[in-house]
Design a protein around this ligand. Structure first.
Ligand code: ZN
Ligand code: FE
Length: 239
């Protein structure tokens, strides 16, 4: 499987999971259809599945057009059937979604929205975390509770340390400033920020990030209890 990063809208990332043998792909969170169409047409890839982490517009905006154009199947959380546009197939926590050569474990990670899920390609060691875990940050809590978000992050933390994380937005630079402010003595963080700045300077995405780095540098993953996490999340909301 090859992962292609497709920048969308202002700071969103959509992703293609490409089976290079069959030349077919899933798209994760198509914010808009145009950049996806452009890429698959140019590379003669057949887009078969649309996978949504949650129902927010900047993650599902391309569903309808892509489905119409390619006859792709839309997959999302079963409890969000009424708010994910064009959904065909509902999945639930712990389920392994298997089609063609794609084998993806669904992990329910509520907090940002109540129906937020992540897509874990356990064989490849890759996870798509949408707006729950960002590099050096985490999503705003819109529908869930602090407890829910904290335990969702804990679920991700329990994956193998070398797991590659692909998140929904390029928020890393701003996130890094927040981490640096409240964790200024962290040497791992300093070197991570150095790498981030280098990538951004060269016009490159800061994703994927590695779980081990996030555990060492992401202040929200470093929080050991809900109380600390809550305090940090509130501070970040006003940062
Ligand atoms: Zn969102
Ligand atoms: Fe988003």
């Amino acid at each position: 499987m090859r992962i292609e990063i497709i920048p969308c809208l202002k700071d969103n990332y959509s992703y293609l999971v490409i089976d290079e043998i069959k030349n077919i792909a899933c798209v994760i969170d198509p914010s808009e259809s145009k950049p996806i169409i452009k890429f698959v047409e140019k590379n003669k890839i057949s887009l078969k599945y649309i996978l949504n982490t949650h129902h927010h517009f900047d993650h599902v905006g391309g569903n309808k057009e892509l489905k119409n154009k390619y006859n792709a199947i839309v997959v999302g959380f079963k409890n969000d059937y009424d708010r994910i546009p064009e959904i065909d197939f509902g999945v639930e926590d712990g389920q392994v979604w298997k089609k063609d050569n794609f084998e993806i474990k669904i992990i329910h990670i509520p907090g940002h929205t109540s129906g937020h899920i992540s897509f874990y390609l356990f064989k490849e060691g890759i996870i798509f975390t949408g707006d729950t875990l960002f590099s050096l940050g985490c999503g705003k809590i819109f529908e869930g509770t602090y407890d829910q978000m904290f335990s969702s992050l804990k679920k991700i933390k329990s994956l193998p340390l070398n797991t590659k994380i692909y998140c929904g937005h390029e928020y890393t630079l701003n996130n890094s400033k927040f981490c640096a402010k409240y964790d200024s003595q962290n040497i791992d963080l300093k070197s991570k920020i150095f790498d981030i700045n280098k990538k951004l300077k060269n016009g490159l995405p800061t994703v994927p990030t590695i779980l081990k780095d996030e555990i060492n540098c992401n202040i929200f993953l470093k929080a050991n209890d809900v109380k600390t996490f809550t305090k940090l999340r509130d501070l970040k909301d006003n940062f």
